[in-house]
Write a protein that binds this ligand. Structure first.
Ligand code: ZN
Length: 78
């Protein structure tokens, strides 16, 4: 996993875990997930990416399954 991808997923995870991120930080994660094919595939189904993106926009609760998925992605590469 590229360093940039890892950082993005780590931040996404922290965010889903309740950490507050600034609007620009959230925007950065969103843009990376949309532009980076490996991350897009990693996070999985298109629906899950849009759930995360919606969450980043502040309008949807995070499903526990998505949080666990990102967590396990990060564990795999440790
Ligand atoms: Zn990436």
């Amino acid at each position: 996993m590229k360093e940039r991808c890892r950082e993005t997923l780590e931040r996404a995870y922290l965010f889903l875990d309740g950490e507050l991120l600034s609007v620009s930080e959230r925007h950065e994660i969103k843009r990376h997930l949309e532009d980076c094919a490996p991350c897009y595939e990693r996070v999985g189904l298109e629906g899950e990416v849009s759930t995360l993106v919606a969450r980043l926009k502040g309008c949807q609760p995070c499903p526990e399954s998505l949080r666990l998925k990102i967590s396990s992605l990060l564990d795999e590469t440790r």
